[in-house]
Design a protein around this ligand. Structure first.
Ligand code: HEM
Length: 518
């Protein structure tokens, strides 16, 4: 087969004005690039954005690697509008109505190719990475029961069990007092251990028990965190994902079930568990995996979905937990109101030292704690854990906005989390401050608008997060138990926590000093 070099060589001697064949080839390449850049520019010319973004993806790449992607996107949407242009074929959207339309169950929008990055094994698509709409719909139908309390019988008791373990760890190692001395805790790590133990338990009944050893046993958490910048970049340059699907590259880079550490190690454990469950006569354990199998997932699918749950559910919930706790303890009036609400509903500090028998406040009691619920909502609003593009694609025929602007088919629609959650129209001029009261004081009309924005943090419609209720239950349970037992403060109020954003947050050094309530 003739190579480009053979082709170019065959032109030598036949070219006018003494041009070399290579210079002609270069000129053609530039002409081709300029033509396609101009075509893209023209197609979306009605949308404003940074100048460079109209011709190349450099702006998106720079934001992705900056470690401050969330705020860069917000600044862009503040400057150029709630639907602005951040790439030759990409619009950044913080207009809630438009995002609801994009996500709607009967809508024609599809997930962009960037989602294939969520496949852990080459060619194996899970509910998040599949772009096949029918398959996605089927998987959702098969998995919904497992995610709900109805078929996941031990959900609440599993969470309670790990909350007790967390309290036990604090009592053992991190409680500061006159007798025990000063014993700060890095809650950036401990919160991840907690959510990771919960998810491995409820997903397949084999908790990783990180809280028992108080360390990142298989370097799984650090391994996942090191992938954040890479995943953030692949959302902008999806061809990188396609590259990793090439056999030998995949072998080199992708985790393997035989690995002793990192993601591969957890994949190995998931494989073992799923194998056991598919052994004839294995009892139905009443957990998520059992529900998936009951609803028809085969071995490969069950394994993929279990792994996805861990990746989708552990870090997001830990990020939320850190942020909500930080917002609460940074505002004395909020701490005071929470204590008053706890007292009013009989959930004060228990007399007994925490141990594995300690009583955990029930869901029914938690449901009466409306101020705490407002704090959780407000924390999730101000610092939504999922801040990536979650890019969807406009259907082939294009779409027209209410103001008449046309968006051509194939255009990427990227979500601007910071813009949605700090909308002044929805949350008022104090949108950027932590003010839980807004969820209790607003008019029904305003509340409706606020919810319409807030719900986008878990996505809506056909892509709504399946683990939302699980995440909310975890957050409620652990926050009630921490706040009713302990006085908690950050060690260094000038820098409470170090944080970088690569579509997800990389939080470190969240050092807390914890005293038992007197
Ligand atoms: C505060 C915590 C969480 C946040 C903020 C969050 C956010 C999200 C978002 C934004 C999506 C939609 C992505 C899209 O538009 O394509 C999503 C999907 C998903 N999440 Fe969560 N999530 C959280 C916790 C969890 C937990 C605990 C689990 C598992 C127990 C989970 C499982 C899933 C799954 C399976 C999907 C895919 C749904 C689908 O493709 O239809 N998430 N999540």
């Amino acid at each position: 087969m003739a190579t480009i070099s053979d082709l170019v060589d065959s032109w030598e001697g036949r070219l006018p004005f003494g041009f070399s064949a290579w210079s002609i080839f270069l000129i053609l390449l530039i002409v081709f690039y300029l033509t396609s850049a101009i075509c893209s520019y023209v197609q979306l010319r009605q949308f404003d954005g940074p100048f460079i973004a109209k011709f190349s993806r450099l702006w998106m790449i720079r934001s992705a690697l900056s470690g401050t992607q969330n705020t860069r996107l917000h600044e862009c949407s503040q400057k150029y509008g709630s639907i602005c242009r951040i790439g030759p074929k990409t619009l950044l959207v913080s207009d809630a109505d438009f995002l609801w339309k994009v996500n709607s169950v009967r809508g024609q929008y599809v997930r962009s190719v960037a989602y294939t990055a969520f496949s852990l094994e080459r060619g194996k698509r899970n509910i998040l990475s599949t772009r096949d709409e029918k398959r996605h719909q089927d998987l959702r139908a098969q998995m919904a029961a497992g995610y709900s309390g109805k078929e996941n019988l031990h959900l609440e008791s599993s969470i309670d069990h790990h909350v007790r373990k967390l309290l036990g760890l604090i009592e053992r190692k991190y409680l500061s007092s006159a007798s025990e001395g000063y014993r700060p805790m890095d809650f950036a790590r401990t919160s991840s251990y907690f959510t990771f133990d919960v998810i491995t338990d409820i997903a397949f009944g084999r908790p990783a028990s990180y809280l028992d050893v108080d360390e990142d046993k298989y370097d799984f958490i650090s391994n996942v965190a090191s992938l954040f910048p890479v995943m953030c970049l692949t959302a902008v340059v999806p061809s990188l994902v396609q590259l990793t699907e090439v056999g030998w590259i995949n072998k080199l880079l992708a985790p393997s079930k035989s690995d002793q550490m990192g993601i591969g190690r957890i994949m190995g454990i998931a494989r073992e568990t799923v194998d056991e469950r598919f052994t004839p006569g294995h009892p139905d354990r009443g957990d998520m995996l059992a529900a998936f199998i009951r609803h028809g997932l085969d071995k490969d699918q069950a394994e993929g979905e279990v792994m996805l749950q861990i990746l989708a559910g552990a870090d997001t919930t830990a990020t939320a937990l850190r942020a909500i706790l930080l917002f609460i303890i940074s505002k004395p009036s909020v701490v005071h109101k929470i204590s008053a609400e706890f007292q009013a509903h009989g959930v004060g500090c228990p007399d007994k030292v925490s141990d594995m028998e300690t009583e955990i406040v029930s869901v029914q009691q938690i449901q009466q704690l409306s101020y705490l619920e407002a704090c959780i909502k407000e924390g999730l609003r101000l610092r939504p854990p999922a801040t990536g593009y979650l890019q969807k694609e406009v259907p082939p025929g294009g779409d027209t906005l209410p103001d008449g602007r046309f968006i051509p088919g194939g255009t990427g629609i990227a979500y601007c989390a910071w813009g949605v959650m700090r909308s002044v129209e929805a949350f008022g001029e104090n949108a950027e401050i932590f003010y839980p009261e807004r969820w209790l004081e607003s008019s029904p009309e305003q509340l409706r608008l606020m919810k319409r924005h807030w719900e986008l943090g878990f996505s809506t419609g056909k892509w709504r997060c399946l683990g939302k209720d699980v995440a909310m239950l975890e957050l409620q349970k652990v926050l009630v138990e921490l706040l009713r037992r302990y006085d908690i403060a950050v060690v260094d109020p000038t820098q409470p926590m170090k944080s970088r954003n690569y579509s997800l947050f990389l939080d470190t050094d969240f050092r807390l000093v914890i005293n038992r309530k007197s």
